[in-house]
Design a protein around this ligand. Structure first.
Ligand code: 4AD
Ligand code: MG
Length: 430
């Protein structure tokens, strides 16, 4: 007797198999019950016919409720009407635990209700598809950097100081001191790049974002590559290749999931190199043409990003923002020191920024001034300044936000569905 998962069912045509799972849905017509059984890898219709199972089993199959755990044994039959091409003709069925009153029924539920039941909502087809794609993207990211000989260096979560400005720090008590949850592993990756050349970290980061938008979480995952002897242009090329790879991998391995989400695949198939590149100044002019009330020196908000990223069917690089808008570590352009050697990548279809990065200030004195101007305490960054004291070189990198990337690839309106258990300004449970 083979123990198989639904994903591999096509290898078992006309053979008897056992599926261990849960009842997803059911319909009955007197002498026959159609059970949709899911096992985490797929859903298969399992047909229970009177006379082919015991009377007790047949009776049980009639009353079994949604999400009860069951084990079915039966013959795999080809069925052209089935979405997976096969169904099971049941010969034996066992109830493991009866689920009474499963709260998420096939009817429509509001988002707050679903979020309160996130621990159960994960079982639904749509959420399952999204998290399968997230998992595939994470693998794609790791494979990409590993294949390019980047070394994975894990950044700490407890940090003594800020990386992306002090306004979004989560503070926590640490044996009589204050420490902060990491906003970004970048500063540590810079240290690691001087030791290993090409490195990346991939983990959760935390921001006390007061903004209640469809793009903001308080805990989100970021992959952050950093390269020694590299400049802005190198970071842009790497970012472009990474995004191309992610899109290609999802299209080839998650076709079924994209269909479940009704994602327009043509939009993803058209993602090709090179991505358009415009300067911040050009972006401002573009926005003005669109009637946006903006002047040079203003930062872009969600609305501006949406307009820009709707303009092209491709991810868009916006580079050379005013240095004054950017974090202390950004390097000024030697050709115009008021501009930063930085870039954002905006995903198309209005998704906005998925990547931020650029070249880092590598001069000790300039960096010290920048720390001071940012109102930060140089003492906190003494270790970081060591990197400019001992063998400083041009270096660059970026951070890609995983949830915003998943939202774009899946075509979701809000990032809350892109992470298994979202944390937002108003939600820390389940
Ligand atoms: O642009 P950010 O702030 O860049 C950094 O943190 C750099 N230190 C990264 C680096 O160069 N190593 O954030 C990078 C990306 C954004 O483009 C966005 O995709 C994501 O992180 N991000 C968020 N995602 C969800 N919720 C939030 N609150 C986010 N804040 C940033
Ligand atoms: Mg940014």
């Amino acid at each position: 007797m083979d123990q198989v998962t639904i994903k591999d069912i096509s290898n078992y045509k006309d053979k008897e198999i056992t599926i261990k799972g849960w009842l997803y849905n059911k319909r009955s017509s007197g002498k026959i019950h159609f059970l949709l059984v899911r096992d985490g890898t797929g859903i298969v219709q399992s047909v229970v016919e009177k006379g082919k199972v015991t009377d007790e089993e047949f009776e049980m199959a009639d009353h079994i409720s949604q999400e009860s755990s069951i084990i079915v044994k039966g013959l795999v039959r080809a069925d052209p009407r089935s979405p997976i091409g096969y169904e099971i003709s049941v010969t034996e069925i066992r109830l493991i635990q009866e689920a009474y009153g499963y709260p998420i029924t096939p009817k429509e539920h509001g988002i707050a209700f679903l979020m309160d039941h996130r621990h159960l909502w994960l079982r639904s087809l749509r959420q399952h598809a999204i998290l399968k794609i997230r998992s595939r993207i994470e693998k794609s990211i790791r494979d990409f950097f590993d294949s390019k000989n980047f070394t994975l260096i894990d950044a700490p979560i407890f940090t003594p100081s800020s990386c992306e400005g002090t306004t979004t720090l989560f503070e926590t008590e640490y044996f009589g001191r204050k420490v902060y949850l990491s906003q970004s592993g970048q500063l540590y990756m810079e240290a690691a790049a001087m030791a290993f050349g090409k490195v990346y970290c991939f983990g959760p980061t935390f921001r006390a974002e007061k903004s209640k938008t469809r793009r903001h979480l308080t805990e989100f995952w970021m992959v952050e590559p950093e390269m020694a002897y590299a400049e802005l242009e190198d970071a842009m090329e790497l970012a472009e290749d990474l995004v191309i790879t992610i899109v290609k991998d999802v299209l080839s391995d998650c076709s079924k999931e994209l269909d479940t989400l009704k994602r327009d695949k043509a939009k993803l198939k058209q993602i090709k190199k090179p991505f358009p590149r415009i300067t911040y100044k050009e972006a401002v002019n573009l926005l003005k043409e669109k009637g946006v009330d903006i002047v040079e020196g203003d930062d872009f908000g969600g609305d501006e990003e949406t307009i820009l990223s709707n303009r092209f069917g491709l991810p868009l690089f916006v580079h050379h923002y005013p240095l004054a808008l950017k974090a202390f570590y950004m390097k000024g352009d030697p050709k115009d020191p008021s501009l930063a050697l930085c870039m954002d990548m905006l995903a198309p279809e209005g998704y906005g920024e998925i990547i931020g990065g650029g070249q880092r200030e590598d001069n000790l004195d300039t960096l010290r001034k920048r720390i001071k101007t940012a109102g930060l305490d140089e003492k906190d960054f003494d270790w970081y300044l060591d990197l400019r004291r001992y063998g400083s070189v041009p270096h660059a990198g970026f951070g890609l936000g995983l949830e915003r990337t998943v939202a774009w690839i899946c075509g979701l309106h809000h990032v809350r569905e892109t992470i298994p258990f979202p944390r937002t300004i108003e939600r820390v449970s389940p």
